[in-house]
Write a protein of this length. Structure first.
Length: 307
């Protein structure tokens, strides 16, 4: 008796499972069929509208041809002459309008809509990225002074930035003095041989020691700014990254600037992107920098108070 009840319960469970499976399959099938039906209906509606426009255009073209042909015979006399000219011009107008409509429907409309969709997508992508400007003149075509002097939070990541540092030392000092700016800098590790070797090759520098000296020169530069903060306020922090940079970037409060590097040797103009907070580019830059400087991050913090 107990075995019978147990078998019966198992049978009921199996039946319920089968019912649920059938219902689930039916639900999924109905949902998929409903989508396919709506898609098919939309396609049929679009085709019907296009067909109706084509038929109407052809009818009007025929009407226009008939009017032009019937009015091009023997000129009417007297007061009917004006009416003949009117019908002839009306036929020409109908013929031209219907022909243009037919051409638009068959060819131009789809091309025009396709172009609009492409431009709309590009505009949407630019907006999502928060992009403000693209330039190849990294040093000259960006308002560095305004960005630096108005900022209270400055993040910098570059290879050594000797030219940039020399050009904007006073601007950085102004930001520290007026805004108590927090300056955080990440440089390639000058003690990492692989990093120094790759940067030496990339920048077409003869000796690795020369490249290492340039990085150490930037360290000395930021040590000087660090010393200034003891009297003026603000802060300067620095990290070494044991990796070769694939781009450089700068953050000034809500503005980000990213500059690419070349595969060719030597210096030259490079594409540079200026973007604002809230876009995907700014988020990417912030995540990269945070990944470097966090406690267990990619970079090693340097004590600027030593030496």
């Amino acid at each position: 008796m107990i075995n019978f009840i147990s078998d019966k319960q198992d049978t009921n469970v199996d039946i319920l499972n089968d019912v649920f499976c059938v219902l689930f399959d039916m639900r999924g099938s109905i949902s998929l069929k409903g989508y396919e039906m709506r898609n098919k209906e939309q396609k049929l509606f679009s085709e019907r509208v296009t067909l109706r426009v084509i038929i109407a255009a052809l009818i009007f073209i025929i009407i226009g041809v008939i009017l032009i042909w019937s009015m091009s015979g023997k000129p009417w006399t007297g007061k009917w002459r004006t009416l003949q000219v009117l019908f002839e011009q009306l036929g020409a107008l109908i013929f031209v309008t219907a022909t243009i409509t037919l051409f638009w429907e068959l060819m131009a409309k789809r091309s025009f809509l396709g172009e609009i969709l492409v431009k709309t997508q590009v505009s949407r992508d630019v907006t999502l990225a928060g992009l403000l400007k693209i330039t190849q003149r990294f040093l000259d075509d960006i308002d560095w002074r305004r960005y630096i002097e108005k900022s209270s939070k400055i993040d910098i990541f570059f290879a050594y930035g000797r030219t940039w540092c020399g050009a904007h030392e006073e601007h950085l000092k102004t930001a520290i003095k007026n805004n108590n700016a927090r300056v955080r800098v990440v440089l390639p590790d000058p003690n990492n041989k692989d990093t120094v070797s790759e940067l030496t090759r990339r920048f077409d520098i003869e000796e690795p020691e020369d490249l290492k000296g340039r990085i150490e020169g930037s360290v000395t530069y930021f040590k000087g700014l660090k010393a200034m903060t003891e009297n003026e306020g603000g802060s300067v922090e620095l990290w070494f990254l044991p990796e070769c940079p694939v781009f450089s970037f700068y953050r000034f409060d809500h503005i980000g600037i990213l500059a690419t590097y070349k595969h060719q040797k030597g210096r030259g103009n490079v594409p540079t992107f200026v973007f604002e907070q809230g876009g995907t580019l700014y988020d990417f830059m912030r995540q990269e920098f945070d990944a470097m400087i966090k406690d267990d991050g990619l970079a090693i913090k340097v004590n600027l108070s030593k030496g």
